[in-house]
Design a protein around this ligand. Structure first.
Ligand SMILES: Nc1ncnc2c1ncn2[C@@H]1O[C@H](COP(=O)(O)OP(=O)(O)OP(=O)(O)O)[C@@H](O)[C@H]1O
Length: 615
């Protein structure tokens, strides 16, 4: 059997303490000084008590007794006051370390190039634990200093006990060893248990989220899903509780056994000391010293055990934090990174094969496409045929499994991702509705526009939403959310407003229009939520914006893509047809059939029962 490798734990501890020292140096120095002071208090008080009793019994001078009593009072006062200062310092360290750790964690997360990590359940578990353990360094400081304090107090009392009787010293110390080993083992089990119930807790949060989300509320109410979701949420809570309960039971029985052992040891030791005092081998002061030392040693052993066990648990948690912070790049970075250049030639997908992970089916199968600069390419095809996936590859949210995406002939893996994205404007199919003001919702498309009301309003006007936003209770400063409800009443403009789906869609378009001068404009279903008139209006605007620019347009409304320079029909992740609208219609293939179907309207086909529709 090989000995466990404690090096990662030791390195983790050094790193956590270093983080604490870096972020709160003066609080750490004061905390350390007070810790050393408090370690001496119990021993000093025990000795002063012993000496006072012995002086009283031997009827020595009143001034000697008064001096000792004054010393006892001073030590007692200091002992009472120090914990409050320590508590304040502890809070200060926690606040500063928490801030630094959160900054480090989210900076690391921001370095992630792609999005696939956020789709990996194991990574999400780790991330949640990492967020929870951002306060670990502060707790680790507590554990290390608790350990040091315990050891110092222990050394003081062991020295004192040795003066009285060596055998008793050994017995009292031996009682601490099982406590130490059991506590370390239990802390390992607790860390493993927390990791194992993580998916269950994540599901529980998911159900709780559904039950409280306004987006889900409509379906939850209409379909009567409340009881069903609550049942699943509670079942997950029960499963997590069971795991916690099993460990609590184990911990409590071990702790009870250890407490019994300690009580037996101190009882036997006390009986022996009193007997020795009666026989005149020890003084009354020795007995009081013994009682204080037994309690002090047990207290110190407890504090060392707690520090080791707690430190161990914090280290395991800190391990998740360190793993996220130290994660290497999620997508390969090229050593010969090229600076992005304005698009001159075009964007090419060269024999691109893609699947979301090894366990997933192929989503793209050998796609070859070329989007010449200054033209519009439209992607059409059935649901799930891979249109949005192509967009994600061009933005480098994922890398192709095989093949390459080229920007003017340069593999985008050789470009700086931030540089690449700087050159792209986009409206995604599942665009964001930010709980910010109307102005900020638009400005997020290009942070240089924050505070530039002219640019924001021009982008909103281009998207046809300017009048709507200007007419809000506080105009562009109105919050487009009720999340930050101030509690001052429903009529209060501060409570924010809720836009309709189509209005949100136009705000998302305005956000993209802020980037209209970028090299590539991606429009993935830009009019999905709009009524027929608004859709026509938006596509007219888009046509004007796209004119002479490079754009990639995805739409199920084939009428909206007919003027694209090239239309590509995808089917099952492969290119089925390509050409201009007229060429595809003339070819009489799938595009032509779908176009005719849409042009005829659904009225004429209503009599025909769709495939798979129950009779
Ligand atoms: N993050 C993901 N992880 C795993 N599979 C995914 C992911 N995103 C999409 N897919 C799968 O990839 C396939 C292609 O999806 P994609 O969104 O590219 O299709 P689409 O043509 O844009 O569809 P739609 O017209 O419905 O928007 C689908 O089968 C989908 O289930």
């Amino acid at each position: 059997m090989t000995a466990p490798d404690h090096r990662p734990l030791a390195a983790g501890m050094v790193r956590a303490i270093a983080l604490a020292c870096r972020s709160a140096p003066s609080a750490m120095a004061c905390y350390l000084a007070l810790t050393l002071l408090t370690a001496a208090f119990p021993v000093a008080i025990a000795w002063l008590t012993k000496l006072t009793l012995d002086t009283v019994v031997t009827a020595a001078s009143v001034s000697a007794v008064a001096g000792l009593v004054a010393g006892l009072a001073a030590a007692g006062l200091a002992n009472a006051a120090v914990p409050y200062a320590t508590q304040y310092l502890r809070g200060e360290i926690d606040r500063k370390v928490g801030l630094a750790a959160q900054d480090e964690l989210f900076t690391a997360l921001d370095r992630t190039v792609g999005v696939s990590r956020l789709e990996d359940p194991a990574y999400l578990d780790r991330l949640r634990l990492a967020q929870q353990s951002a306060s670990s360094p502060g707790r680790m400081v507590d554990c290390v200093l608790g350990f040091v304090r315990g050891l110092l107090t222990l050394a003081g009392f062991v020295g004192s006990l040795l003066v009285i009787n060596a055998m008793i010293t050994v017995i009292v110390l031996a009682a601490g060893v099982p406590a130490l080993t059991m506590s370390v083992r239990l802390s390992r089990l607790r860390a493993a248990m927390l990791l194992s119930i993580s998916p269950t807790e994540r599901r529980e949060f998911f159900y709780a989220d559904l039950l409280t989300s306004v987006n889900a509320a409509r379906e939850v109410r209409l379909f009567g899903l409340g009881g069903f979701l609550r049942g699943r949420m509670l079942a997950d809570r029960v499963a997590a509780n069971d795991a916690r309960r099993r460990l609590d039971r184990r911990e409590q029985s071990v702790q009870a056994a250890l407490a019994t052992l300690s009580a037996a040891v101190s009882g036997a030791g006390l009986a022996w000391t009193v007997f020795a005092a009666v026989q005149g081998q020890l003084t009354v002061g020795d007995v009081s010293m013994f009682v204080a030392a037994v309690m002090g040693v047990q207290g110190a052993v407890d504090s060392v055990v707690d520090a080791i066990a707690g430190g161990h648990q914090q280290l395991m948690m800190f391990g998740h934090y360190a793993a996220v912070v130290d994660d290497g790049p999620d997508l390969p970075t090229s050593a010969r990174r090229r600076a992005g250049t304005p698009l001159r030639h075009g964007i090419e997908l060269r024999d691109v094969w893609f699947r979301y992970s090894d366990g997933h089916p192929w989503v793209l199968r050998g796609v070859n496409l070329f989007l010449p600069a200054g033209t519009t390419l439209a992607l059409v095809g059935h649901n799930g045929s891979g249109k949005s996936t192509i967009v994600k590859l061009i933005c480098r949210f994922y890398d192709p499994t095989k093949g390459a995406v080229l920007w003017d002939g340069v593999d985008i893996r050789d470009m700086d991702p931030a540089d690449l994205r700087e050159r792209i404007g986009a409206v995604f199919q599942d665009f964001m509705a930010y709980d910010f003001s109307a102005a900020d919702n638009v400005a997020l498309g290009d942070l240089t526009a924050l505070g530039d009301r002219d640019r924001i309003e021009r982008a909103a006007a281009t998207a046809g939403v300017h009048e709507t936003l200007r007419g809000l209770p506080l105009g562009y400063d109105t919050l487009l959310t009720r999340l930050f409800f101030s509690g001052s009443g429903d009529d209060d403009a501060q409570t924010g407003v809720v836009l309709s789906g189509g209005q949100w869609q136009r705000v998302a378009l305005a956000r993209a229009f802020l980037r209209r001068s970028r090299d590539l404009m991606i429009l993935d279903e830009p009019s999905a939520g709009l009524d027929a008139e608004a859709e026509h209006d938006i596509h007219t605007r888009l046509r004007m914006i796209r004119s002479g620019r490079t754009s990639l347009l995805i739409s199920h409304r084939l009428g909206a893509v007919r003027d694209a320079d090239l239309i590509v029909m995808l089917d099952g992740g492969a290119v089925l047809e390509r050409g201009t609208h007229d060429e595809l219609i003339a070819a009489g293939g799938t595009y032509a059939r779908m176009f005719r179907l849409q042009a005829q309207g659904y009225g004429e086909t209503a009599a025909r029962r769709p495939e798979g529709f129950p009779r």
